[in-house]
Write a protein that binds this ligand. Structure first.
Ligand code: 3HC
Length: 301
């Protein structure tokens, strides 16, 4: 049964080439998923060749791993390798029908990228954003065709987690939304239509959880105590590992968006800020980073 608010699939446009803005970990995971499931050319772009090469290498590495685990035969792998390429020149997006951006969470940067891209792509190309918390409506506000912008929010690890939040901006049209849902289905994700609200649905819930974790740490409870407190509930991951998976800077950013929107409900943790400012990973060798413990609790690492 078609979920409420999802337009008829007949309105969806065909996608024959996908562009990905960014070649970081999220973008590279997306490149692999789109090429594997849509079987169309996928091109990654980033600011310099080094980053682009790293992104393409990640995709090739993951394909090799699947072959190694006998999850994919060599013929399929060779075809898949041929579908993914990278470039520093965004003009490679000229004939893409679906472009998704997965760059750092900065509204101005994302707006600037869309403005640049609008000069390159056709008027009907869908511009999708993998933003974790920013307003899709605002991101599209200055565009000539804001109706082709949609939120397309994945969860880490992208290859494993089935959830995909599809966000309708105030001006997103039915053809764009229908295309997003059809693409999501081809990607074999469970698509949910969510409102364009700060951090949408899932990150708002998760951040409520992780921000309480940091509130307890800020109040002086040892990191290890807070981290293991919920073990008996059998969650798939402890909170500190989850925050590392998301990326401490991304988590801090999402928390900041929510703190601004709902200051009574979301804290702005001084300790998480200290960790992000110091550029420290939260986890090292599957353990809480001793440097983080030292930074937060004092004493020797
Ligand atoms: N990349 C790719 N594949 C991965 C992976 C990764 N980072 N981590 C694990 N996998 C794969 C493994 O290769 C394995 O595949 P296989 O069966 O083909 O070998 C499969 O996942 C299961 O992995 P494991 O057996 O090693 O580990 P677990 O059973 O413990 O599962 C997990 C790992 C799926 C990460 C699980 O711990 C989990 O679901 N954790 C919660 C993750 C979560 O909540 N993510 C949401 C974060 S919020 C977000 O991303 C939004 C953003 O906007 C911030």
């Amino acid at each position: 049964k078609k979920p409420v608010g999802v337009p008829d699939k007949d309105l969806a446009r065909k996608v024959t080439k996908v562009g990905i803005v960014g070649a970081g970990l999220m973008a590279s995971q997306l490149a692999l998923l789109f090429a594997r499931r849509l079987q169309v050319p996928v091109v990654l772009t980033d600011l310099d060749q080094g980053r682009v090469d790293k992104g393409v290498e990640y995709v090739r590495g993951q394909i090799d791993k699947m072959v190694g685990k006998r999850r994919m035969d060599e013929g399929t792998a060779a075809k898949l390798r041929g579908l993914v390429s990278g470039s520093v020149d965004k003009s490679v997006f000229a004939d893409a029908d679906f472009v998704i951006e997965a760059v750092f969470e900065n509204l101005d940067l994302k707006k600037q990228i869309w403005a640049e891209l609008e000069k390159i792509v056709g008027p009907e190309t869908v511009l999708a954003t993998n933003t974790s918390s920013l307003s899709v409506t605002e991101m599209a506000a200055d565009l000539e065709h804001p109706e082709r912008v949609v939120g397309f929010h994945f969860f880490n690890p992208v290859a494993v987690l089935p959830l995909l939040e599809i966000i309708k901006g105030e001006r997103t049209d039915d053809a764009t939304l229908a295309t997003a849902f059809e693409v999501g289905k081809e990607l074999r994700k469970s698509c949910v239509l969510v409102k364009d609200a700060p951090a949408f649905v899932v990150n708002r819930l998760l951040t409520r959880f992780t921000s309480e974790v940091f509130r307890a740490i800020d109040a002086g409870t040892p990191l290890a105590t807070v981290d293991t407190a919920l073990d008996p509930l059998g969650l798939p991951m402890r909170p500190i590992a989850l925050l590392q998976l998301v990326g401490p800077a991304v988590a801090y950013h999402v928390g900041g968006t929510l703190h601004q929107a709902f200051p009574d409900r979301f804290g702005d943790s001084p300790n998480l800020k200290k960790i992000v400012d110091a550029g420290l990973p939260l986890m090292v060798d599957d353990e809480i980073n001793p440097e983080v413990v030292k930074l937060v609790e004092g004493g020797d690492a």
